[in-house]
Ligand binder design. Sequence first.
Ligand code: PGA
Length: 254
Amino acid sequence: MPVDRTPVIAGNWKMNCTGPEALVLVRELITAIGDHDGVEVVVAPPFTALSAVAPELEATEIGLAGQTMHWEPDGAFTGEISAPMLLAAEAGWVILGHSERRMLFGETDEALAKKVPAALEAGLIPILCVGESEAEREAGKTHDVLKTQIEDDLAGVDPARIPDVVVAYEPVWAIGTGKTASAEMAQEAIEFIRAVLAERDPAAAERVRILYGGSMKAANAAELLAQPDLDGGLIGGASLVADDFAAIVEAARR
Ligand code: PGA
């Protein structure tokens, strides 16, 4: 009997939207998405827009996420945000290890090995992003990269808690480029990630949700989401257009 994994569609707004702009977008999204039974929907505005968005989501089932966090609860870490701060801003989720954080801001697997357990212990659902660069794929290193990221970033997570983590497979070459992994490519990589997790705990690996991210849009969502191991999407560009994001949520409904 296959395990039922509720799909997740998460919108990563990145460095877009002031508070007032976020308010307009979230209202449009709520209207466009409407009923989304059977799909967990999450939006990740910039930190400065969380307080504008949170009250709008109160009467909905849409979750709120931060885009990154520090592993310590407080301290002398200028510019950082902690798990208790996200929780107090009514976020229930946090994106960790996004490739833009890894590549542009030096986020390491070592840091993620502290951040993922810290998020879980605080009561946040981490969305852990992993993925290979174009050069790594061309050099045949995709599996090595994914295995290292998954093993290192989740090293401090008790196997019993692995199903509480959401993983996002985001090939770096597909992010914001308009190039999407083919459905077969995404399925193959995600199946591999599940197999790596199964080495730690087969039952947990069956339950963990693994999303695809990288130029997912209304036009390609249904084909990607039809893949057996693909449990949803992490959406960048298309999450800023209410009708496009709503169409992806619709494609995830079964
Ligand atoms: P994209 O971004 O959908 O704009 O490619 C995806 C992501 O970075 O999560």
